[in-house]
Design a protein around this ligand. Structure first.
Ligand SMILES: C[S@@+](CC[C@H](N)C(=O)[O-])C[C@H]1O[C@@H](n2cnc3c(N)ncnc32)[C@H](O)[C@@H]1O
Length: 210
């Protein structure tokens, strides 16, 4: 993951997908003030997108273990509207520090994470997103999904095998399972975009409590 030219941690897939993600994400952020990104990785999405969205206060985050992958790019390249990164493991709540406890993100964004983290962590992500986000806020997930138990392409089936060999808890998730978790925690699915390289960009919205 090292770009020899810059010495910053670098992800080639992240570089390849950032334009396509931005094209569907940016129109949704026209009135967004505060975006929380879960699993920011190398920070390439945060830095590149936030530069083009100066009205968005972009809060990147990573697990403690991978914070050192995120921090160098933020130190080197982040515009003023990117906040210092938070250490967030979705399993541990609250996600925001006490200094931000009165803030609630308008948008939660997470790219390429649900197939990496365990199912237990996916459940925790939705439980805690449901606690943090207020009515009207969006939760956006980018990554590969299965539908009705089927992979969208043979290459995604191969990717799932590769993921599980690397870490048995990983795997391409079923849309229906994720959508049920979202629904159980107060979200409704608004849109599901087919994206390049067999990925999806799925938008849920937090509903008003009954
Ligand atoms: C494939 S990387 C994606 C990074 C970046 N979002 C991107 O699209 O390039 C998966 C990310 O999920 C994060 N992740 C895995 N388990 C997590 C957890 N329990 N809580 C928060 N993030 C987690 C990892 O730390 C890693 O940065």
């Amino acid at each position: 993951m090292n770009n020899l030219e810059t010495q910053l941690p670098h992800s080639e897939p992240c570089e390849r997908n950032k334009h396509a993600i931005f094209n569907v994400l940016a129109p949704l952020l026209a009135h967004t003030e505060f975006l929380l990104e879960i699993g920011s990785g190398t920070g390439q999405h945060a830095v590149w997108m936030a530069k083009q969205l100066p009205h968005v206060k972009w809060q990147p985050s990573e697990t403690e273990h991978y914070l050192n992958m995120l921090q160098p790019r933020l130190d080197a390249e982040a515009p003023d509207n990117v906040l210092p990164p938070l250490t967030i493991d979705v399993a541990n709540y609250p996600w925001l520090p006490s200094t931000q406890e009165n803030e609630s993100p308008d948008v939660l964004l997470t790219c390429n994470t649900l197939h990496i983290m365990s199912k237990h962590h996916v459940e925790a992500l939705w439980k805690h997103a449901g606690l943090l986000l207020q009515a009207g806020a969006l939760a956006i997930v980018y990554g590969p999904f299965k539908y009705n138990g089927d992979f969208t392409t043979p290459s995604n089936a191969g990717f799932d095998v590769w993921l599980k060999q690397r870490d048995a808890v990983s795997g391409v998730r079923d849309f229906e399972w994720v959508n049920q978790l979202a629904s159980d925690n107060g979200f409704e699915c608004l849109t599901d975009h087919d994206m390049p390289a067999n990925n999806q960009f799925i938008v849920w919205q937090k509903l008003a409590a009954n």
